[in-house]
Design a protein around this ligand. Structure first.
Ligand code: NI
Length: 166
């Protein structure tokens, strides 16, 4: 396993939609990538990391919302699809490993139903809520080329960019 360099905003690789992994999901190089992404996420430290954040423009992300509170739950989601988002939304603080030093208030669905492939290529579905739902939406956004800044109202985005300016 290896800790990979994390791509930081405004690198254009963070703004591009990613290609599906498809039938390659079971390949050893994808398993290696997933292991490296988990190690990179834990080292950062963070609770989610998407392919483009390590320069890989493929639809894969890893997340573990429990490890920092002592209940690790590593997940690898390949070709994820958000099948359903609740109308019930909540706004909360989000950081991003690719935008170090910035925390923004982002509105997200409280619950999502998500489908994905695992590292054998098998398909799964789950209903996520709480921080799992927020994290999955944040990482799914990365695979579409969307970062937290893109989810902000224009005035809030301008304020966040001013905060990032050297
Ligand atoms: Ni992020």
């Amino acid at each position: 396993m290896a800790v990979l360099p994390i791509v930081t905003w405004p690198d254009p690789r963070l703004t591009r939609p990613c290609a599906p992994v498809g039938e390659a999901a079971g390949d050893p190089d994808v398993a290696q990538l997933a292991a490296d992404m988990l190690e990179t996420m834990y080292a950062a430290p963070g609770r989610g990391l998407a392919g483009p954040q390590v320069g890989v423009l493929r639809q894969i992300f890893v997340m573990d919302t429990g490890w920092r509170s002592g209940t690790p739950c590593p997940r690898v989601l390949i070709d994820p699809e958000l099948l359903w988002l609740s109308d019930d939304r909540a706004t909360g603080p989000e950081g991003c490993l690719s935008i170090p030093g910035l925390t923004t208030q982002v509105a997200r669905a409280r619950q999502v139903r998500i489908a994905w492939r695992d590292l054998t290529g098998a398909r799964h579905q789950a209903l996520l809520d709480g921080f799992d739902a927020i994290c999955a939406q944040h990482e799914w956004d990365h695979l579409q080329g969307i970062v937290t800044l893109d989810r902000l109202a224009p005035a809030d985005r301008a304020a966040a960019l001013a905060q990032l300016a050297p």
